[in-house]
Ligand binder design. Structure first.
Ligand SMILES: [Fe+2]
Length: 143
């Protein structure tokens, strides 16, 4: 191996080592807490009531509400629906990060979705709501 190739290989190894260290830190930070709503590292990516970032004036119309009735869940986003500006999608996600339900909307729909939890589900439940203009919002509750 020439000195140039060896230097490139060592440089690549160092880069990969650094990248893997970063990935390990990220994985550790999220273990056991799939979406930390107060996690400021998610600023500008995931908007929450506690961390609405640049959309601080948009919380009321974008934060999904979670209503529980036994094992039935209703997610609603109090947002208008028009062709230019609407809620695109809801999901509910378990504490372990499993997507338990999802609903994609058209501008003709209402931003309401209904789900049934797995039998005896206990733990945190996350709801997401995505607006085509005001990004990705997250709310959570305990079941
Ligand atoms: Fe919006």
């Amino acid at each position: 191996m020439s000195q140039t190739n060896e230097a490139q290989t060592n440089s690549r190894r160092l880069f990969l080592k650094g990248a893997l260290s970063t990935a390990a830190v990220a994985a550790t930070a999220t273990a056991g807490n799939v979406f930390a709503s107060s996690n400021t590292a998610m600023t500008g990516i995931i908007y929450t009531k506690e961390n609405p970032g640049k959309w601080a004036k948009k919380v009321g119309g974008h934060l999904p509400s979670i209503k529980l009735d036994g094992n039935k869940v209703t997610i609603e986003t109090d947002h208008g629906m028009s062709k230019k500006h609407f809620i695109v999608r809801h999901t509910i996600v378990s504490e372990q990060g499993e997507v338990l339900g999802e609903k994609t909307f058209t501008p003709d729909d209402e931003a309401i979705s209904h789900y049934t939890l797995p039998a005896n589900y206990k733990g945190k439940l996350y709801a997401t709501s995505f607006c085509n203009k005001h990004d990705f919002w997250l709310a959570e509750t305990n079941v």
